[in-house]
Design a protein around this ligand. Sequence first.
Ligand code: GRF
Length: 228
Amino acid sequence: MVQENHLPPLRIVVVISGNGSNLQAIIDASQSKLAVEICAVISNRPKAYGLQRAVIAGIKCHTIDHTEYSGRETFGAKLKQTIDQYNPDLIVLAGFMRVLSDDFVRNYPGRILNIHPSLLPKYRGLNTHAKAIAANDAYHGASVHFVTETLDGGPVIVQARLPILANDNVESLAQRVQDQEHKIYVEALQWLSQRRLIWSDGALTLDGKPLLQPIVINSEEVNEPQIV
Ligand code: GRF
């Protein structure tokens, strides 16, 4: 998609492990308003449904089955080799359920994005919905962040925050959070594709202003960012 500002679309490689609903949201948006070119989809699981979504959309697919590699380093080396043939601007982790090696991450400073189903820094790692319910939290949500060597610890760009309802269980909460994930992931990619969001020397700026805290979307709607 050609942008009004004449910037070329952002070249991305999407890395998945499973269903690929976030991938689908990015595919759908790329066919309308989002200026990204999805160069390839890579899955570490051969049966990931997201691979079928990519095939339907006519996107090149690769499977790199992590069980065939002796460790994180060898898997990461193969992942890097596969990614680099596309020379992407950005690597988009979308439900990718492996921890990447430090060596892999160091290859792409400021060029790996992830979506995590919690209001980081709360609940890094797995089972975030159950943890939020067990803690009686009033709010839960999802975060889009840059990936650093610290697991789920890189700078957060945008968060979707929603209330935990009295009758929520893990499944209902996960579904509501996922609906928001799709919106904020596309939104963050939009800012990056428009070069409005920049991470340089460890500092984030949005529209030329330092982004010292994540943008928090407090409703089930994603609006234009309010920077204070
Ligand atoms: C998402 O909830 C994401 O936050 C988590 O894994 C899930 C992947 O869902 N890391 P999908 O594969 O995009 O449907």
